[in-house]
Design a protein around this ligand. Sequence first.
Ligand code: ADE
Length: 225
Amino acid sequence: MKIDILTIFPEMFEGFLSTSIIKRAIQDNKVEIKIHDIRKYSNDPHKKVDDYGYGGGRGMVLMPEPIFNAVDDIKTDSSKIILMTPQGKTYKQTMAYDLAKENHIIIICGHYEGFDERIRTLADIEISIGDYVLTGGELPSMVITDSIVRLLDGVIEKESHINDSFNNGMLDYPVYTKPVNFRGMKVPEVLLSGHHANIKKYREEEALKKTKARRPDLLEGDKNE
Ligand code: ADE
């Protein structure tokens, strides 16, 4: 899998790419992630990437040309192009599973004051990570990249994400580690019993209980789509 991210703030990605599971996935060649500075694709002598919006009323708006130039340069026949915007489809775990099957993803990071409407024509899909507005698409692009990379074969143990929250449409069951008794709060007996069938039953019941209490909407199935 290859992921190309187009941004006007490449430095924001340094920590993300050089830490923990993402760093290891890159080192192990499970994924190649390239950050592209949109400025490099500007034809303007001052490497300008934004300008005032026609009609007034807004601040600076990302211009189409540098982004079209970048996409022309990077795109292949199999690329899936994603535009990060609060106006996009709300991101869900099911979308992470679908995107993890792609072999090349290009992510365009929008800009808080807006981007030229014509940029939308480049995108196969517009994605929002939730109903709130961030200063740009950089953090959202890291959010979806993280969620995709952890699903790639060999990045984390399959068992870890088979039990993820939202898999099977439910929240994850509670987990415990040492000590057995922490400040009077005890690990449930069944988890210490070694009885696999009972442990499985306990976990299913707890996942259902938690989902009913916290996210009953998840149990309503199709309504979430
Ligand atoms: N850019 C700014 N806010 C965003 C959001 N919530 N999702 C995706 N991109 C964004």
